[in-house]
Structure formats: C-alpha cells, structure tokens
Design a binder for this molecule. Sequence first.
Ligand SMILES: *Cc1c(COP(=O)(O)O)cnc(C)c1O
Length: 361
Amino acid sequence: MSRVYNFSAGPATLPEEVLQEAAQEMLDYKGTGMSVMEMSHRSKAFQSIIDTAEADLRDLLGIPENYKVLFLQGGASQQFAMVPMNLMKHKVADYIVTGQWAKKAFSEAKLYGTANAVASSADKTFSYIPDCSDLPIDEDADYVYICENNTIYGTKFWKLPNTKGKILVADQSSCFLSEPVDVTKYGLIFAGAQKNVGPAGTVIVIIREDLIREDVLEGTPTMLRYKTHADAGSLYNTPPTYGIYICGKVFQWLKRRGGLAAMKEYNEKKAKILYDFLDQSKLFKGTVVKEDRSLMNVPFVTGNEELDAQFVKEAKEAGFENLKGHRTVGGMRASIYNAMPMEGVEKLVAFMDAFEKKNGK
Ligand SMILES: *Cc1c(COP(=O)(O)O)cnc(C)c1O
C-alpha cells in the first residue's frame, strides 16, 4: 500500500486512522454482522452512531442547547437555496461576496427575493476580505451571509462582519472544525463534509432553534425545510448513513487530538511552514493579502504558466497530488486541511525549494 500526500481542495484527505478503523469495520460493524452501509437507518446501531456523532460535534464546538444539529444531503450548494427559502421572511438578505461560492449563494438567493451584495472583493480577484465593520445593511435584511473561508481564493474572515444586529449565516465548508468557533455569533452555520470532516454526500447544518420556522417561502419542498429534518432528528428519510458514520469517526479523532484549540495551533504551525517559504521564495508567490490568508487553502503561482504546469507535473511524480489551482484561478493550490500531517507540508516545501534551485532562481 502506498498513500500519497493529497492536497485536494475536496473531496479531500482524511485521517488515515479513521480510514483504517472503517476498513476494519467494513464487513462486520461491532458484531452486527453487517457493514454500516447495509444497516437500517432505523436500527439501534445506527441511532447510536448518529447520536454519538452529534454529541461529539456539540462537545467539540461547544454548541449551545438552543441550536439544532442536522445531517443532511445535497451538499453545501443545496444550502445556497435552503437558506433563503427558510430564512427570507421579509424577502431581503445581504451577501458579502468574497469568491465563487459566495457568488453562487448570492445568485441563488436572488431567485427567492432581494439579495444585496453589501461588500465584494471581486475588484482584485477575491484576493482579500473587504472591510466589514460598517456595511450598508438593509433594515429589512433577514440575514447577512458570508463564505467564511474561500476555498478557491484562499482567504478567510479572521473577524466576523458587523451585521448590525442581523442574523449571521456562514458557509464554513472549508474551515469547519479547523479552529474553535463561538457558535452564538451565528444564526446558522453549514458545512459540506468533504473538505474537512468526511465523505461527500453529507452536509452539516447548525441552526438556532428560533430560525426553524413553519412559515417558510411558499412552495418550499418538504425535503428543503429545516423543520422537517429538525423534527425528525435528521431521520425524516434515509440520511447519508455511511457519511455520518465517517464524520463521527473524524469527530472522535479530533477529540483524541485534543479538540479544536489544539487543532488550530497545529494548523497555524503547519500553514506557517508554507507561508514562510512563499514569503522568502524568489520563484513562488502567494496570491492573497497576508492578513486575510486561509490556514486551509494556500494558492500560489510562479508567474509563468508553463512553469506552473511543470511544477504540478513533477510534484505529482514525487507523490504530491492535486496541487493544480482551481480552473478559474490557475497556478497552484495546496489544501492543508486538518488531516494533512505537518510532515506532508514539510516535504512539499522541501520539494518546492529543490524545484526553485533547479529552475535557476
Ligand atoms: C466545496 C464548497 C462548496 C460546494 O460544496 P458542494 O458540496 O459541492 O455543494 C460550497 N462552499 C464552499 C466554501 C466550498 O468549499
């Protein structure tokens, strides 16, 4: 068996320990004589899996009692519609547009009401986070929306926007569980699992109870109402059972690692190795304003497309996979989520250093 260092932005690398445990339990989950994949979602064994996953997630994030945790399907993109359908009571919402994912969510919201772009960093190819201390928040806005970590561009909100009392909704897909979060500052947090916590097909929603309403927009399908899933403990229909099982294992792995404060410290150290290298390199250059840099997604370029392509190719041959930048940005991107070990980044930097020397800079 040989595993590569996988720098994919998503679906992304998972802890090897978790994969090994899942492999061991594949044919016979704890004496049930079946795989979790083959198990009824109404069984005792599965109920225990989902209950434990929720309890561990609540523990990790310190989720208050008055927030529900939902395990849903449809990916993060389905939340782009579910959020306005369920929350746009006055049919107005304010969006901060800091990249492709925020832009998509913003466009989707326009299908259901008035969506305002109250700030944007499109003028500089989303390479920074705009000042959000005094935005023109609409008096009638039902919520203010952010994409907290911009997976494609590699920026992160290190300070949450001043929403002037409005509910904050955050897409945390690519920074979920990478650091402690004060959940009380948000009305709703959602995260697609495939970046930092598990396999694609599961999306986690953390929502304040008073935002789970009956009076959603007319025509909202039963499956797209938070209330449907909240009332049924995420078991209204068959949930993504295997995905929830793996997420649960990742939550336990995070607890064994010391929780989110320890994870943040590790992630900071890990990202620093790469950023420090980029800052002194004469060949490679980070593409993002320093103070807004993500700890999870690190885009960089050489400034020469051919050299970029050569780097990606040689890196792949050396066991560093998926370093090609997003198709809309070009260059390279190293996604260094929770499960990427320090050693993977150290080795990548050593490889980059050797590539730089070989290419005469
Ligand atoms: C990947 C990603 C999405 C889209 O997720 P899907 O599960 O493919 O819908 C949305 N937002 C962010 C921040 C992402 O990184």
